[in-house]
Design a protein around this ligand. Structure first.
Ligand code: FAD
Length: 473
């Protein structure tokens, strides 16, 4: 009897440990590990440039862990999988589930067609603590608000106490005939703008483990208070690793549970549950990335102002905390959560620019760009999500800076032209007396911009616009 061959189709599970589909595939005599860059179905949600950079390095790392046996393809997954099954006599195909609407409809079709062709196709959960359809209200409808969702989901979220190890023996096949070299996927940008990303990140399963253990040792103990201060090292920076599945939320949860500080752990686990809730919203409201979940916002008078959008993107708004965040994003592919909220609020509420423009820029620049978390968070900040920050809660970039970056370490790092400005004026340089500006060697309008809008007037304009859009209904 000939050897049995299975495919493990890697997608957003770029790891060997705690990988149920890979473990199932490993039962066969031989495994063909496959990654397919699907350039057919993702449409406007194809990975942005920063995500592509990450993916390139994550695949390189995975290939190394598989002793150079990872097979790479580009094109339509169904066509490629069928061709591989026929040519190599593959009888089983395994994968872990993804939850973006275009992925779900594609995968349902692939499973049906493979099963119809007599090939066993099976999928697993490897990236969520609880899948979206398993957490419902008593009347079987989905939750719209985080807290009751969290209370219900927390109980089912507890992972098994024992993690799945990486398969002990994996007899991998390499498809010498069709597998592409990694460079042929063309994930590395043509223009080398990613030096800052290389300095900031280590993509791959090993990098994820290092980030987790570094956080557990040095960050978690002060997570609850420290997570709001962008200059402090109290957050995990695990989001890109989680997005690409280099680590599972179960692994993170289990390790956090083994540490001793209950209060900080519970707070950290609550943030992991926000990730779950974002996936939940995307599953139950697939229009989340495109449409306001609150229809009142369909009448909102957004401004079409490409010049202001460009100043925001470049970190040249004249509001130092906003500019620091936007430059952190550009330079490192990341932005601290507190500053994401401030920069996003500034775009939608002070500049009145549609949240989708902001989400698109984040999508292109973030190494952790994630359709669920990005869309849900932008709708939350804009006030148009199911469970959103109230519209009148408009983050003030001056007071936010004074409160969460009190000694200006974060802001001065990314806006170095203001480094000699005293703390008192750092977040409102336009109020500094001429002598103070001169001593700090800052000429407003030359070294650093004047504010693009007045914070009080623009806030009032936003509140009036909301009232007017409600009147339209
Ligand atoms: P930690 O504080 O260490 O939290 C641990 C994990 O919990 C994170 O890695 C992340 O997976 C999850 N998490 C934490 N906060 C949130 C949150 N508010 N919503 C959802 N999950 C959360 N997160 C993304 O992963 N991808 C995105 O594209 C994304 N876009 C965002 C856009 C805006 C406008 C805002 C306000 C937030 C966005 N977030 C996004 C959520 C959050 O900012 C990041 O998850 C967090 O900053 C990642 O840093 P960390 O890993 O150090 O988080």
């Amino acid at each position: 009897m000939s050897d049995s061959i299975s495919i493990h189709w890697f997608r957003q599970d770029l790891r060997l440990a705690d990988n149920p589909a890979l473990t199932a595939a490993a039962d066969s005599d031989q495994v063909l590990p496959v990654y397919i860059l699907d350039d057919q179905h993702s449409g406007e949600f194809a990975p942005g440039e920063a995500s592509q950079w990450w993916l390139h390095h994550s695949l390189a790392s995975l290939n190394q862990s598989l002793n150079a046996k990872l097979n790479l393809y580009k094109g339509d997954p169904l066509t490629i999988l069928i061709e591989l099954c026929c040519r190599l006599n593959v009888t089983k195909v395994f994968w872990n589930r993804c939850y973006e609407p275009w992925q779900m409809s594609r995968d349902i079709q692939i499973k049906q067609l493979l099963n119809g062709a007599g090939i066993h196709a099976q999928s697993f959960n490897a990236s969520l603590l609880s899948e979206p359809w398993t957490v419902l209200k008593n009347d079987n409808t989905p939750y719209k608000v985080f807290t009751p969702y969290y209370q219900r989901a927390y109980a089912t979220a507890q992972p098994d106490s024992v993690a799945l190890p990486a398969p002990a023996s994996l007899n991998c096949l390499h498809d010498d005939r069709q597998s592409l070299p990694l460079d042929d996927l063309q994930l590395q940008p043509n223009v080398c703008w990613y030096g800052g990303l290389e300095k900031s990140w280590c993509p791959g399963e090993q990098g994820a483990q290092t980030a987790l253990h570094g956080f557990l040792e040095h960050g978690l103990a002060h997570y609850k208070e420290g997570r709001d201060f962008p200059a402090q090292d109290n957050v995990s920076r695990l989001s890109p690793h989680l997005h690409f599945g280099e680590i599972s939320p179960q692994q993170v949860w289990r390790h956090a549970d083994k540490t001793v500080d209950g209060n900080n752990i519970e707070h950290f686990k609550r943030e992991l549950m926000w990730r779950e809730f974002s996936y939940y919203l995307l599953y139950h409201w697939p229009k989340l990335p495109r449409e306001n979940l609150k229809s009142a916002f369909d009448h909102f008078p957004w401004q079409d102002n490409p010049a202001w959008l460009s100043l925001w993107q470049q970190g040249l708004t004249g509001y130092p905390l906003v500019d620091a965040g936007m430059r952190e994003l550009w330079q490192t592919g990341f932005m601290h959560n507190r500053v994401r909220m401030v920069t996003a609020s500034f775009l939608v509420k002070n500049l009145l620019i549609h949240w989708r423009h902001g989400a698109a820029w984040f999508w292109d620049c973030l190494v952790d760009a994630d359709l669920a978390s990005n869309s849900a968070s932008w709708q939350w900040v804009a006030g148009c999500g199911t469970d959103a920050s109230p519209y009148f809660r408009i983050f003030n970039p001056v007071t936010q800076g004074e409160k969460f970056d009190p000694d200006g370490a974060y802001t001065r790092r990314f806006v170095p032209e203001l480094q000699h400005l005293p703390d008192k004026y750092l977040f409102k340089p336009w109020e500094a007396p001429a002598e103070v500006l001169e001593n700090a060697r800052v000429t407003l309008g030359e070294d650093y911009p004047m504010p693009v809008v007045d914070i009080k007037t623009s806030r009032q304009t936003a509140l009036d616009a909301l009232q007017a859009s409600k009147d339209f209904q």
